[in-house]
Design a protein around this ligand. Structure first.
Ligand code: SAH
Ligand code: SF4
Length: 354
């Protein structure tokens, strides 16, 4: 089975040329794929019947990821889908909508995409990490997550505005498929999303960050730091030992220098673990003066017994960073009651009943 959502526009062109058809037939496939969301090749009536038949005979399909479950938060702002892939595997993907009255400026429809089923990094506070690693997603499965929501939004006269790689899995551990998906999603003959509207969140793999900096893409980078020293970080991220906090911050610095895009450091806050004033001061010293931004994420409930710090603790931590000149915000989480927030994605059906 070969999914047409896997192909770069240039590859689509080559495919039709190789089949003996003129170049323009590629656009007759690409336009509906990214604007009409057909489910089958036969749903593209402008293509000659013979070409549709030949594509099917050659094993091409459209959208190998199928929606099996959908759950919407009480306020209607968050939607989580379970998509079934080939081999009966499933992945979760989330849409978060922010109205202008809540955030100021323009309304945003952000999709939180997954790159893997499960994750090998094993972060002790993350439901995906606790599942272990199952498999890497193919580029077409990453693209399909966006397409499913694009169709849902189009029915309401809305569209996808932002993409964050903050769903299940570690994007850098599935680098090639992630980049293929990004190139398709940002191609002006593909989905056409602006590069600046995309953010990749990584646990901090310096070689991956350096590679990304060389891609000539204007995408944002978020690095999950969670601790200002190696000892504490290793307790939270058991696989973190191969790269020190300093190496990771240096990689962020290089990314900023090369791309001009500001790097955000994500920091999941856990009561009594990484939320003390002493740790805040350590973090401030570490990040001071390199123009970075810290996003504090009060932990969302998962199976582990970590607790959110109190509001006072969070604002004190924030204040210490701000006073040291480190730009800092606290993330407003959405969809916790449907287990759709950061770190809550896993794939079992109970996750789809509230
Ligand atoms: N693997 C990547 C991207 C997916 S996780 C990464 O770790 O960056 C996206 C974000 O969710 C990360 O910053 C991660 O630390 C955060 N996260 C994980 N578990 C969480 C939890 N229980 N509560 C709040 N945020 C969590
Ligand atoms: Fe993997 Fe990110 Fe979860 Fe850690 S936080 S286990 S890296 S998905």
């Amino acid at each position: 089975m070969k999914d047409l959502y896997r192909l770069f526009p240039e590859e689509m062109e080559q495919l039709v040329l190789d089949m003996g058809y003129p170049r323009y037939r590629a656009d007759q496939i690409l336009l509906p794929l990214y604007y009409k969301f057909p489910k089958n090749i036969d749903d593209i009536p402008q293509l000659p019947k013979k070409l549709r038949e030949e594509l099917t005979t050659n094993g091409y399909v459209i959208g190998s990821a199928k929606e099996t479950y959908r759950v919407v938060s009480d306020d209607g702002d968050t939607t989580k889908l379970l998509l079934n892939l080939e081999n009966n595997t499933s992945v979760e993907t989330v849409l978060m909508q922010y109205s202008p009255s809540k955030i100021g400026g323009h309304p945003r429809s952000t999709i939180c995409v997954s790159t893997q089923i499960g994750c090998a990094m094993g972060c002790v506070f993350c439901a995906t990490g606790q599942m272990g690693f199952e498999t890497n997603l193919k580029a077409e499965h990453i693209v399909s997550q966006v397409i499913h929501f694009a169709e849902l939004l189009e029915q309401r006269g809305e569209h996808v505005t932002n993409l964050v790689f903050m769903g299940m899995g570690e994007p850098m551990a599935n680098y090639d498929e992630m980049i293929r998906a990004i190139r398709i999603l940002t191609h002006d003959r593909g989905f056409g999303l602006g590069q600046r509207h995309i953010t990749i969140s990584t646990i901090g793999i310096p070689s991956g960050i350096d590679k990304l900096a060389e891609e000539n893409l204007q995408i944002g980078l978020a690095i999950s730091l969670h601790a200002p020293n190696n000892e504490l970080r290793k307790k939270l991220i058991p696989t973190a030992s191969s790269h020190s906090v300093e190496e990771i911050i240096d990689a962020g610095r290089r990314y900023y220098k090369k791309t001009g895009r500001r790097v955000t450091f994500e920091y999941v806050m856990m009561a009594g673990i990484n939320d003390s004033s002493k740790i805040a001061t350590q973090l401030a010293t570490l990040l001071h003066g390199n123009g970075s931004h810290v996003n504090l994420i009060p932990i969302n409930p998962t199976a582990g017994d970590f607790l959110r710090p109190s509001e006072e603790r969070i604002s004190e931590f924030e204040q210490i960073l701000s006073n040291a000149g480190v730009n800092c915000t606290v993330r407003v989480e959405k969809g916790t009651e449907i287990s759709a927030a950061c770190g809550q994605l896993r794939t079992d059906m109970t996750n789809f009943s509230k």
